[in-house]
Ligand binder design. Sequence first.
Ligand code: BES
Ligand code: MN
Ligand code: ZN
Length: 515
Amino acid sequence: MKTYLSLSSPAEVETECLVVVALDRTEKDRTEKDRSDDRNGKNRGDRDKPEASIEASDSAIREAARDIVGSGEVTGKIFETTLLHHPAKLKAKRLLLVGGGRAKNFSAFELRKMAGTAVRTLKPKGVRSFAFVAPSNGLSAEERVRAIVEGAFVGDFDPDTYKSDRKDQRIDSVTVVATGDQGRLQKALEEARIIGESQNFTRELVNEPSNRMTPTMLAEHAKKMAQEVGLKCEVFGADKIKEMKMGAFWSVAQGSDEPPALIVLRYEPAGAPEKPVLGLVGKGVTFDTGGISIKPADGMEKMKYDMAGGATMIGVMRAIALLKPKIKVTAIVCATENMPSGKAQKPGDVQIAMSGKSIEIINTDAEGRLVLADGLYYARQLGCTHLVDAATLTGACGVALGYVNAGVFANDDQMYERFNKALGKAGEKMWRLPLDEEYKESIRSNIADIVNSGGRWGGAITAAMFLKEFAEDTPWIHLDIAGTAWMEDNKAWIAKGPSGIAVRALVEFAKDFAA
Ligand code: BES
Ligand code: MN
Ligand code: ZN
């Protein structure tokens, strides 16, 4: 998808379709008396009378939409779409109004989703290019441009790779129509395109089934990407994993006939300070059967996305390599299958992690924390001063936070605050969960230093407590994306399938660290 910036007046833009934001301003002119009449049952007729406003400073646009807005058909309700052909006095062939919800709540968060909605509305109609008019609201012009471009990329991804009648519906180009400083807006546009493309790159990796995304194949994708964008990439196999005494990682890999891969990507720009070095560690379980503690058949097919954390880090590194912040970043992806076999580890086995800690395996399905334990320790050995890991780690995180928020854990408040700021800028939702010392009791072992499963209660937290043992005193953030890495349903703005969660926030976080 190509992206362009236009500083023309929207009415003058020649395009297949001009997209404009409609907001619900019903609330705006209502007085306290109206509200009290509502409460007292008077004013019934008026109550839901919509009052949509078209968010364009250009009067020709409001003119073109006047009749349909006046008719009350347009309410500005979030994701509502209204398509007009041959809009009067506009050079565009069509005019699409996309609802953005209540005007007083409108932010870049909604705007992103509206751009996705425009893409997903126009694509099946055969429209291949459109121009989105940046709304004239409180956001800065750059924020608007950025949200529109990122949202359009999110909407452009379709998971139907292997359908023989795949229509390959793609938007060829998006033009953002905005006003402001051309240089700065162009830069915002370019950056957003890189981030949007990288998020979709992650989603493509996650979407692939496990027979087409083995650890070896994931490593090949990482290598190819690294070559394209100028990153260093090393891939280590079983021998090196054993030689480095990554006993936790290997204990998962030993059960599979597919060789594991330890993928290391390095970004070391000239002129970056020696410190900090940001370490990004991803869980790359390309299929999680549960191992000997095997999962039920129902829904097991979904466990192809258990490498989403690893794919996230690979996508983030792509964006970082292209955006070139002045900070060293190292990504480590621990890629393996989790299989039952005659060689697989068994409950009760004791494994020695690279750090020297002994782990009693209670449940072979708690494999993500095992591969990450060695990934985190290795990152510290490579000189990382700050760590972030991302993993589809626990079903319990989905139970706690549903599909809306990913879980965040941190052993350092300052690092968390910075990350939280990045989340806001990226328009992603995550919720912090605690790491009190008391939870450590749940992972105590009789025979070894710790167990790999703290049971059902507080499962997301006890998993994070396990990881904390390997981050030790290095400032560290853990993202549990089990509930959010896969969209369970189609939405107006995003297709069912891999979401690419955390890519944007992590890119933003790395940029902030460099500044
Ligand atoms: N990959 C799963 C977690 C998961 C569940 C991801 C659902 C996406 C959707 C992880 O390896 C796992 O199996 N976790 C166990 C941990 C338990 C055995 C302590 C879980 O959540 O049940
Ligand atoms: Mn598992
Ligand atoms: Zn898993």
